[in-house]
Design a protein around this ligand. Structure first.
Ligand SMILES: Cc1ncc(COP(=O)(O)O)c(C=O)c1O
Length: 365
């Protein structure tokens, strides 16, 4: 238990098992595990250590400072940065030995100038837009620019990649992106410009599009235990548990409005438990009156508005309940899944996990 009363538990064995499942699917391809946004809310450093020890080949982050943090924290493996490289950050890439993502000519030129003037070429991956319309050079409109960039001699062009917009829902859209990417790779191959490591597949594509494996895959959410919706029997196990404890217990008479705004009123003499968890911990107020938590094996309704630091639970029907009793909010069981929280607020499980606040200690078990 954590001294804070509420905490995030991270199950290392689940992380390891999920990496092994992905390894079985992708064979000898490189696995780059995304640990951006503090490891999808799980804690980037410990997650990176665990997945690398479990057989992942590399880790990736979105921002350069996330990569620097991993290095400073002792991560020695290969670290990719997915945000577009900016020439101002060159020193940091050198200092922390990070692999850059290149999305434009100016970035590529500055990397190349550096490589030529110092004799030390930095490793970089070129990002290509095949349908996501977010980052990267367009596979067809920017074809000559792509060739120009990959011809720059001062860069170690290790990789080239694209990202899928709809790998978790529409098959045709992803197939079209794979075809466009493949055509580009074949063209570059003919010109002697194809970087050795091509990659595209996020978690959903790993389970649905084996033709998108290329030389490396980039799973995030699957490593944390969540398969794409509708995929049967993946064996993935959710890694994160959100736990709390009862900090206060009281009886209220019937007719008592509970918490800010009086959005829930007791209809009988009611026993209320107070948990030290609220929107200040990234547990959204939108869940108010729409959620059950597990106490002593029984699902109990959360009642009244969730506050910044507390929430109330109706425990009247529990035969026995005591101060300090453990409370499960997110757990491996289906009824405690983070997916139910995402569905509650019409969002995705990524957002639920990433938003869990830093006030909640991450306890690796
Ligand atoms: C470029 C890129 N690759 C891979 C991933 C991993 O996606 P997922 O968590 O769906 O596996 C992400 C996540 O947002 C991403 O931005």
């Amino acid at each position: 238990m954590s001294a804070c009363g509420s905490w995030v538990e991270v199950d290392r064995s689940a992380l390891v098992g999920n990496v092994q499942i992905i390894r079985q699917i992708v064979g000898s391809r490189l696995i780059l595990v995304l640990v951006k946004a503090d490891g999808y809310g799980h804690g980037a450093v410990e997650t990176a250590k665990t997945v690398l020890a479990a057989g992942a080949d590399r880790v990736g982050v979105a921002r350069i400072h996330e990569g620097a943090h991993l290095r400073r924290s002792g991560i020695e493996g290969v670290i990719h940065v997915l945000e577009p490289f900016h020439p101002d950050d060159l020193e940091e890439y050198v200092r922390f030995d990070l692999i850059a993502t290149v999305c434009d000519l100016a970035a590529a030129q500055s990397l190349s100038d550096h490589g030529l003037s110092t004799g030390r070429k930095l490793r970089a991956h070129l990002k290509v837009d095949t349908g996501m319309a977010r980052l990267g050079l367009h596979d067809s409109q920017d074809r000559s620019l792509i060739e120009q960039i990959l011809s720059l001699p001062g860069v170690d062009w290790e990789g080239i990649y694209t990202h899928f917009a709809r790998a978790d829902d529409e098959v045709e859209a992803t197939t079209s992106q794979i075809e466009r990417f493949t055509a580009l790779l074949e063209d570059l191959e003919r010109r002697g410009l194809r970087p050795p490591v091509a990659h595209a597949a996020n978690s959903a594509a790993i389970f649905r599009h084996p033709e998108a494996f290329f030389q490396m895959v980039r799973p995030g959410i699957a490593v944390f235990g969540y398969p794409p919706e509708g995929t049967a029997q993946t064996g993935l196990v959710p890694v994160l548990r959100l736990r709390s404890t009862i900090r206060h217990l009281s009886w209220k008479d019937a007719g008592q409005a509970v918490s800010y705004g009086g959005t829930w009123t007791t209809s009988r003499r009611t026993r209320l438990a107070v948990l030290p968890l609220g929107y200040g911990d990234g547990f959204w107020r939108g869940h108010s009156n729409r959620l059950s938590v597990e106490i002593n094996g029984t699902m109990c309704p959360q009642v009244g508005r969730i506050c910044m630091d507390q929430m109330m639970v109706d425990v009247t029907d529990l035969p026995e309940v005591n101060l300090g009793d453990p409370v499960w909010i997110i757990g491996p069981q289906k009824e405690l899944s983070a997916i139910r929280l995402a569905k509650n607020l019409d969002t995705i499980v990524y957002e639920v996990l990433c938003d869990l606040g830093r006030r909640l200690e991450r306890v690796f078990i």
